[in-house]
Write a protein that binds this ligand. Sequence first.
Ligand code: 5RP
Length: 231
Amino acid sequence: MTPDELKKAAALAALAELQALAPESLIGIGTGSTVNHFIDALAASGLRIRGAVSSSEASSQRLAARGIPLAGLDEAAALPIYIDGADEIDHGFNMIKGGGGALTREKIVAAAADRFVCICDASKRVAVLGRFPLPVEVIPMARAQVARAIARLTGGEPRWREGFVTDNGHHILDVHGLAIPDPRALETELNQIAGIVTNGLFARRGADVLLLATAAGVQRHERQSATESSR
Ligand code: 5RP
């Protein structure tokens, strides 16, 4: 199977996670090529939901084009589920996200959801996060200062994603050369640096369910402490 076929398999498997939802439910939708497959599958499934809270302009456009109603976070008194991909996920269900640059809104919508379902192909599963450069969204005027602070803190090499502007009007630094054995601690430390809007570590709010597509089929893994809040 190609990587794209694996992404599609993970996305299709996520439909089963919606079966128990009431028809008036809103769901949270992430961003990326795996989520694009999910949006297409959702539109074709005939499943009845009230609509979706989107994490990016790109996903909003795709949802609208497929006839799925959009809702703002303000309208979502409850968000039972959030479906999104990841750039890396470790065995504790901590993730690196933001390869598509949508990390800030992804983190916001994920934080509002009761359950985070991560859909990805098996290449995204790692023992230790960091091989994928860690995206960090920064206020443009602080970019160089933040880069120096991140280099001092982590020993990694922040590189400006030149020419890319986020949906929020900010810039992205991709931090290369990291190994992140304690993602929750690093996420917290990065949050203290003035000028960082969001870092791409999703550890304080990790995934609850992982649908991992392998050549042998889609595996469903549930985080053991999924019923306890670790936020
Ligand atoms: C976007 C993200 C995506 O979830 C991540 O980049 C994975 O993307 P894809 O499904 O295309 O591999 O965090 O900001």
